[in-house]
Every structure is written in C-alpha cells, then in structure tokens.
Design a protein. Structure first.
Length: 256
C-alpha cells in the first residue's frame, strides 16, 4: 500500500501543475481575443479614398526634376456606363496642358473599375470626343488602392505593353502597400489629414534599340484624401534617391 500511495502522489504532482498551466493558457487566449475585439479600429476603416462619379474632376500640377517638364493634368469622369472585367467602370479623360516649352501637350483615356476590394486602372483606351475604344496596346489592369480601406494592405501587380519601348515590348512587375499616414499633406488645394498612403516599388524591363535587355527601378508614393482622391504623388528610384516628379492637387470638384 505505501508503494501505491507514492505513485498516486506523483501523479497528482504532475496533473495539478498541468491543470494550472492549461488554465493560465486558456485565460491568456481569452484575454488576447478580448483585447483584439475591443481594440479601437482606425477611424478610416470603411472609408473611400477615390470618389468616382460622372463629371467628377481633378486638376494637378506636375513638375519633373530639373523643371523642364511642367504641366497641368486635368482628369474628368466622362462615362460611368462602360463595363470592364464584368464590372461597372468609370472612364476618365486626362488632358495635359504644358506650362513649359519642352512639355508636350497630350491626352489619354483610362478606365477604373472596382474588383476584389480594390480599384483597378485600365490604361489602354482612347477617346475621340464621342466614343471610347480599346487600343489593345497592352494587357492587364493596375491594382491601385483598396476600396474601401479595411486596414493595412499589400499586393503585387504588373502588366505588359508594346506602346513605349523601341522593340514594342515592356514589362512591369511591382509590389504595393497601403496604409494611413499620420502626417498631414499640404498642397495648393488644401491641407488633408489621415490620407491613404500607397507606396509602389516597380521593376521595369525592356529591350533597347540594340536588342539588349534593360531594366530600371521606380518608386511611386501617392496620398489619397478621403472623399477627395489623389492629393499628392512623388516618384523616385528608391529610398535616398532624388525626386523625379511631384504631382500636387490644385483644385477638385467631386461628388461621392
């Protein structure tokens, strides 16, 4: 009997601490779950940062490094009935008004559509003042920002085009991250807080006129204000490199 009693006591000495450990772990998990549930969400969760509607318009001042290329870029939603990728899309006409003699005067037409919780940009359109058509100069749509914003998001993107490089082919692969910037953004159109900051780092590859493979890196950082749209954009070749271009919102007319 003494032997049996000794074994029983040993079992108790093992089981009791295990029960305490399991209880402590269970309480810790419950505490973490409650903390996560009760933690205040960002006030921007559920917000839209790119209000697209018929006749909405934005005017940006674009300055490239060196000051040789300065122009106004005016964007206006001209159509909201086009269907793209089985989704309703918004066609935006972009006009470039040169402010320097070296800056070209140009126009372009793009479409935006919402899919999978993001706005996508399809840049391969043209417009003659009465109708819009697909130029087929490239493939793929660029995923540009969350819609609506539901917290920090990261994604990858890329497309191909035969519109720019010497041999008629260029590829772009990139990764992007979107989050709320605690710093205010000051541009000619006003002062904006709690902007959505979207940083995209891309690797662009092409074949030059001598049939040699070339590539370059490009970083875009864009700030979107709730209910307004793009207010500021910067581009460079990476951390610590000179700014290549700066885009600032000058005026806007939007309805959400």
């Amino acid at each position: 009997m003494p032997v049996l009693r000794l074994l029983y006591n040993r079992e108790l000495s093992i089981v009791r601490p295990m029960r305490k450990t399991l209880t402590a772990t269970f309480l810790l998990l419950i505490g973490l779950a409650l903390a996560f549930t009760l933690a205040p969400q960002s006030p921007m969760v559920g917000s839209e940062f790119f209000p697209l509607a018929k006749d909405n318009s934005w005017k940006h001042l674009v300055v490239f490094s060196g000051g040789d290329y300065i122009y106004y870029m005016t964007e206006k939603v001209i159509d909201d009935n086009m269907v793209m990728s089985d989704e309703k899309s918004y066609v935006v006409m972009e006009e470039y008004e040169p402010l320097t003699t070296t800056a070209p005067e140009a126009k372009s037409t793009v479409a935006y559509f919402r899919k999978g919780g993001f706005w996508h940009r399809y840049p391969w359109l043209d417009y003659d003042g009465t109708k819009v058509w697909d130029t087929k100069l490239g493939t793929g749509a660029e995923q540009i920002l969350p819609s609506p914003y539901n917290g920090v998001a990261t994604w990858k993107l890329g497309f191909n085009t035969n519109a720019w490089s010497a041999d008629g082919n260029q590829e772009m692969n990139a990764s992007a991250k979107a989050s709320i910037d605690p710093e205010v953004v000051r541009v000619p159109a006003g002062i904006f807080s709690h902007c959505l900051r979207v940083e995209t780092m891309s690797v662009n590859g092409f074949v030059d006129q001598h049939q040699r493979d070339k590539s370059y890196n490009l970083r875009h950082i864009e700030w979107y204000a709730k209910g307004v749209g793009l207010v500021l954009a910067l581009s460079d070749e990476g951390e610590g490199t000179p700014i290549k271009s700066r885009t600032e919102l000058v005026q806007y007319n939007v309805k959400e």
